[in-house]
Design a protein around this ligand. Structure first.
Ligand SMILES: NC(=O)C1=CN([C@@H]2O[C@H](COP(=O)(O)OP(=O)(O)OC[C@H]3O[C@@H](n4cnc5c(N)ncnc54)[C@H](O)[C@@H]3O)[C@@H](O)[C@H]2O)C=CC1
Ligand SMILES: O=C(O)[C@H]1O[C@H](OP(=O)(O)OP(=O)(O)OC[C@H]2O[C@@H](n3ccc(=O)[nH]c3=O)[C@H](O)[C@@H]2O)[C@H](O)[C@@H](O)[C@@H]1O
Length: 465
């Protein structure tokens, strides 16, 4: 079996950066180079001030500090890194297509294809090419065709090694992974490549947790894992709406059903809706694939997960509007949280974007506070919707740095991300500063009902009447 000593990762994003940092940390004998075409991003990865890394993940900066410049490098010299590596991870973005065939559903594979063409062009020695990005089932076939038809007689072995880390817990998820999945060709060279990749993970994970499959099962398992997780959130969120009509309590229900060992307790937290870069994108992709094989019922079944999530986001916004007497024009509404979950600065598909947009449609005066998300990111998210002009977005919504000050004369507060610090705020003081009646709409079930009511708030907790 080939001993791997040099690897390269194309794409220095939320997956490429943390994954490669952990590999470098756990495998001092391997030189890891992470490359990206985005100069700014690479500059940020190389920044002196480790608080300015492009990605915030607990534990990440410590690992980067330990390994950067030793066996972990960030660079824009893509061709050189490809040429030198024995194993190349493709970890570029695979967003939903915004044009042409499959628009709004299929995965856009143009970045992956560019990588494959580049690898074919540059490589002079045999390489193992690892799909780390989430890809539609059978993409490896397309990559193999490009490599074999444009490469220079070099042998390329393709593996699928999807990533299951969640943002905010990326480092822990990588170090203590439930499982690592490696799919490859069922040939001697395919087996050797799978074993070479497995050997890297075996530096810190027990071998029983490293699963080997055929390449198509591995590609499809990633989409299915995300679809199942998102389905659980949509399922519990659908029941949260029913709880609000029946005096049942969603937390009690989650607990009651979660005690059944066949159901299990995780991923049963009702919320304002799931966000993140992947759940929606991957389910849409699954729906598209099913439809393209003529499996209409399968496609409809999974599409319902997205429909329910959209419903939950609008339901929350509509509840705020109707509770505030159906007129929120000019009313000051504070949004606590913009990230799609706590402990990350990622805002992709965050429910907060949709809730803010709905309130702005009603001309509310919206003020956002998030401990980790920048002002420019928040405006970019809103401008991307193209609901109104960028000037109008800046007029209707402001971004605050101090979470307490902004509550003066506010009509309502909505909690959209479950940041721990929100629990520790001086809620009595906030109440005193707000206009009365003072409303809190808790989309994350973060605060205690009895305490909030005792202070005097009109307190709404999603999934509870
Ligand atoms: N974000 C997450 O938590 C997870 C993401 N994934 C999957 O991993 C993949 C990557 O996701 P993220 O890291 O979140 O994306 P990202 O958008 O944070 O990073 C992708 C990077 O690839 C770079 N890139 C694009 N084309 C390139 C090229 N031709 N050459 C060099 N660099 C190029 C971009 O400049 C960007 O910095 C996606 O397929 C995603 O579905 C999988 C598991 C978790
Ligand atoms: O492919 C990916 O991108 C990743 O997607 C998710 O990870 P992530 O999106 O980072 O975060 P999650 O913890 O899964 O949360 C997703 C969304 O669901 C919401 N959620 C989660 C759990 C829950 O009980 N309730 C709930 O509303 C979260 O607040 C968040 O908005 C998966 O958990 C990862 O395994 C996967 O690798």
């Amino acid at each position: 079996m080939q001993k791997i000593t040099k690897i390269c990762c194309i794409g220095a994003g939320y997956v490429g950066g943390p994954t490669m940092s952990v590999i470098a940390n756990k495998c001092p004998h391997i030189q890891v180079t992470v490359v990206d075409i985005n100069q700014d991003r690479i500059d940020q990865w190389n920044t002196e001030d480790l608080d300015q890394l492009p990605i915030y993940e607990p534990g990440l900066k410590e690992i980067v500090a330990e390994n950067r410049g030793k066996n972990l490098f960030f660079s824009t010299e893509v061709d050189r890194a490809i040429d030198e590596a024995q194993m190349i991870f493709i970890s570029v973005n695979t967003p939903t297509k915004t044009y042409g065939k499959g628009k709004g559903q299929a995965a856009d594979l143009k970045f992956v294809e560019l990588c494959a063409r580049n690898i074919a062009k540059v490589s002079k020695t045999d390489k193992i090419v690892v799909e780390k990005s989430t890809l539609p089932v059978r993409t490896a076939q397309a990559i193999q065709n490009i490599l074999d038809n444009t490469g220079d007689g070099v042998h390329f072995e393709i593996l699928s090694n999807p990533e299951f880390l969640a943002e905010g817990t990326a480092i822990d998820d990588l170090i203590n992974a439930d499982r690592v999945l490696i799919g490859g060709n069922e040939t001697p060279s395919g087996q050797a490549a799978k074993d070479a990749l497995s050997a890297i993970y075996e530096n810190w994970l027990p071998k029983e947790r490293i699963l080997q499959t055929n390449i198509w099962s591995s590609e499809l398992s990633k989409l299915v894992a995300n679809a199942f997780l998102a389905q659980r959130v949509s399922s519990i969120n659908s029941i949260s709406a029913l709880c609000e009509k029946t005096d049942a309590n969603i937390q009690e229900i989650s607990r009651a059903i979660g005690f059944d060992s066949r159901i299990g307790p995780k991923f049963l937290n009702a919320s304002v809706g799931f966000g993140g870069s992947c759940f929606q994108k991957d389910i849409l992709n699954l729906v598209y694939i099913a439809r393209s094989f003529g499996l209409q019922e399968v496609a409809d079944y999974w599409e319902q997960v997205i429909i329910m999530n959209d419903y939950q986001k609008s339901r929350f916004a509509e509840h705020i509007i109707s509770t505030l007497y159906n007129t929120i024009s000019g009313k000051k509404i504070i949004l606590y949280g913009w990230a799609f979950k706590k402990d990350t600065n990622d805002t992709r598909e965050s429910a907060a974007i949709h809730v803010a947009n709905a309130l702005m449609e009603e001309h509310a005066e919206v003020i956002v506070y998030d401990p980790k998300v920048t002002e420019s990111r928040i405006y970019q998210d809103l401008d991307y919707l193209e609901t109104r002009s960028p000037e109008e977005n800046r007029r209707l919504l402001t971004v605050a740095k101090n979470p307490m000050e902004i509550t003066t004369d506010a009509h309502a507060i909505a909690i959209l991300t479950e940041w721990d610090e929100f629990k520790d705020y001086h809620w009595e003081k906030i109440y005193a500063q707000m206009l009365k009646p003072a409303f809190v709409f808790d989309g994350r079930r973060l605060l205690e009902t009895d305490t909030m009511k005792a202070i005097g708030f009109n307190y709404y907790k999603i999934g509870q009447s």
